[in-house]
Design a protein around this ligand. Structure first.
Ligand SMILES: [Zn+2]
Length: 293
C-alpha cells in the first residue's frame, strides 16, 4: 500500500508541474520579460524555462524556447531584437524548454541525442502524454558528449551531463563572456523537479550540481533553468539545500517514518521559501524519498 501511494505521488507529479505553469502562461496578456545578462547575452523569462539569447551581427543564438502555446509570444519577443534566430540549443527535451522548436524551425536546432530521441518518440511523462514532435521541432545536429558553436565572438559549448534532471541534460558555456546556462540542473532558490521517467535521478542530479560548481568561479554569471539570473553562491546554496534536505529524508527513513509521516512533519524552517515554485515541500520530499536509499 505504501509503495502504491509513493508510486501515485511520483506518477501524478509531472501533471501538476505542467498544469500550474500552463495556467500562468496561457494568460492571453502574457509577454516574455527581457533581462540583460552580460554583453550581447540576455534572457527571456516569465513562463517555462529561461530562454537565453545571444545576439550576433547576423542573427540570434537561442537557448531553449518555452512552451508550444507561447510560440507566438516568443516570436514577438525575438523579433524585437531585429534579427532572426540562427541557432537554437535545447538544454533537455521537456516541453517548457523545447515547445518553441517548431516555430523556430528555420534555425539550426542543436541538442544532445537523447533530446531528439525523446522528442521524436513523444513524452512518456504520465499525466501528460505528449505527441511525437513534428519534424521541424527535432534537433538537426546532435551530440553524445558535447559540441561548440563559434558565433558572435563567443565559443558556445554545449556539454552533456550524465543522468540528472533527465538523461539528455546539457549545460551551455559562453566564453569569453563567462556566462553559463545550466538548464534544469539549477532551479534558483527553488526545489527542482527531477524526472526519473526521462532517465533522471536524485543521485545523478546531486553529482551533476557538484560537477558544475567545480567548473565555475565567482565571476561566472549563471542563467538557471528556472528563477532569476544567479551567482556561484546561489548555486552553492542550491547544492546545500539538496544535501541537507536529502539528509533530512534519510533521517526520516532511519527513524522508520512513512512518506506521509515525513511529509506531515516537513522540512526545516530554513527551506520555507524553496517550495513556492513548481515543486512544493510534500512533492520535494516525495522526489527525495523515491530517489534515496
Ligand atoms: Zn525540465
Amino acid at each position: 500500500m505504501l509503495t502504491m501511494i509513493i508510486r501515485i505521488f511520483v506518477l501524478v507529479l509531472p501533471f501538476f508541474v505542467i498544469t500550474q505553469t500552463q495556467v500562468q502562461a496561457q494568460d492571453s496578456d502574457f509577454q516574455y520579460q527581457k533581462t540583460e545578462v552580460k554583453g550581447a547575452i540576455s534572457v527571456l523569462h516569465g513562463a517555462g524555462g529561461n530562454i537565453g539569447v545571444l545576439q550576433g551581427d547576423d542573427g540570434l543564438l537561442v537557448i531553449d524556447d518555452g512552451f508550444v502555446f507561447n510560440s507566438g509570444q516568443l516570436e514577438s519577443a525575438l523579433a524585437a531584437y531585429g534579427d532572426a534566430p540562427r541557432y537554437v540549443l535545447n538544454t533537455h527535451w521537456h516541453g517548457d524548454h523545447t515547445g518553441g522548436n517548431a516555430a523556430l524551425g528555420e534555425a539550426t536546432i542543436v541538442a544532445h541525442e537523447n533530446v531528439r530521441i525523446r522528442l521524436a518518440a513523444g513524452s512518456t511523462v504520465p499525466g501528460r502524454e505528449a505527441e511525437p514532435a513534428p519534424q521541424a521541432a527535432l534537433p538537426d545536429f546532435t551530440y553524445k558528449e558535447g559540441m561548440s558553436i563559434h558565433f558572435a565572438g563567443q565559443e558556445i559549448s554545449a556539454v552533456h551531463f550524465p543522468v540528472g534532471h533527465t538523461d539528455g541534460d546539457s549545460v551551455i558555456f559562453f566564453e569569453p563572456a563567462h556566462v553559463v546556462h545550466t538548464g534544469d540542473l539549477f532551479f534558483s532558490g527553488a526545489f527542482p523537479f527531477i524526472d526519473p521517467d526521462s532517465g533522471g535521478s536524485v543521485a545523478g542530479y546531486t553529482a551533476n550540481v557538484a560537477a558544475i560548481i567545480a567548473l565555475l568561479d565567482n565571476d561566472t554569471v549563471i542563467i538557471p533553468g528556472h528563477g532569476p539570473v544567479s551567482t556561484l553562491d546561489d548555486l552553492k546554496g542550491f547544492q546545500n539545500m539538496i544535501l541537507e534536505t536529502t539528509a533530512a529524508v534519510r533521517a526520516f527513513k532511519a527513524d522508520g517514518k512513512s512518506l506521509e509521516e515525513a511529509q506531515a512533519q516537513g522540512l526545516s524552517e530554513e527551506w520555507v521559501g524553496w517550495g513556492d515554485g513548481f515543486i512544493n515541500h510534500p512533492r520535494w520530499i516525495s522526489i527525495l524519498w523515491s530517489g534515496t536509499d
